[in-house]
Design a protein around this ligand. Sequence first.
Ligand code: PMP
Length: 450
Amino acid sequence: MTGRDADGEAEQANGDRGDPCGAVGGVAAMQARRAALLGPAYRLFYDRPLHLVRGDGVWLFDAQGAAYLDGYNNVASVGHCHPHVVSAIAAQAGRLATHTRYLHDGPLDLAARLLDSLPEPLGHMMFTCTGSEANDLAFRIAQSATGGRGVVVTQTAYHGVTEAAAAFSPALRLPGGLPAHVRVVPAPLDGPDPAGRFAADVAAAFADLGRAGVGPAMFLCDSIFASDGVVDGPPGLLRGAAEAARAVGALYVADEVQAGFGRTGEGMWGFTRHGVQPDIVTMGKPMGNGYPVAGLAVRPEHIARFGRDVRYFNTFGGNPVAMAAAGAVLDVIAREELIANAAATGAHLRARLRDVQAGHPVLGAVRGAGLFAGVDVVTPDGSARPDPQNAAAIVNAMRASGVLISTSGLDGNVLKIRPPLVFRPEHADRLVAALEQALHGGTRGHGTPE
Ligand code: PMP
């Protein structure tokens, strides 16, 4: 099986066709055990699944000790196993792990720091454990604030795994299709005036919900359109769409689970590039560098009624260990100037990708912002049709060269490159060299970490 995974992350055949390290039996046995124990709903990356045992910075190591350059994992955003984050987690776990029904400085200090990084109207933080929970909570708040239930999202959006969030995650392609309160709009990938078209599409989607008797609740949008194939611009792209949503009384919810925490290289948040101010911002993934911590920021006026009507308690959301992890991540982003690095290394990466693209008709547009890049893989016959099979072949060939990326997009033909923010130009060069090799039908052999 080849194609996009449920959350827009690529899913490739998980056959056990050989293993350069002679561990075929080991991988096959582990796959069988996994299927027996975990059942049928899980998926693996790559034709030859990876059995990883250790991470360090931009490097991952498999059970045989082979090194892989990580061009994909945005969770370990400040680098795998960053010592400052690890020691903050360990120290807090050794001191106290409770929850938000006791007073503790952890959630207060973190809320203050996050709200400082967000536009003024966002005045409260709430903590969850996952991005799905954050979007689920945002939907509850939006329903309470608006009295409506209608949700507009992009065509291949992924927003989470709960029943509510899965219902507005068309990337999942759930049997039965979209529920009656959800409408999709195409991601503003190309064509003239993408911002104007996107705004008009959002307005039309809410109008359509209205005709069906569904009141507006929220326009929910991933600020970097990760599962729609990575859409970066033009700057201002989201402004008209947010205005269109507000014009009908919906909230604009920025899903920053992918774009947040410096990923796009312009400030902490992906929506910053578009000069727009959200009603709610949801965040997660990179927030704890691997420790589960997520949450949302909301304008006080939108949560007033919800706060009156609902008692919010999340056993692990806001626990002191999670707060310590997230605080340490903020320290590292600032100390190591990772937002500036995302901008500089990201620009270098895209320039190198464009150099390769110029010589290879199977590569189409190169998009991205900061350290998030998308490269279309197309047929070379002049028609430039999406070519998901070749995209998967490239991803697997790069894996064989010790470089990890994946695919995304409506057709699953977009190379999705999203390394930890500690990626440096020499790592980008190595990734691009593996891509070139893959385009020539070969692999490079594993490198060693510098
Ligand atoms: N929103 C976006 C944009 C995501 O990419 C994801 C995860 N892929 C989620 C929400 C859900 O986050 P989690 O897996 O932590 O529940």
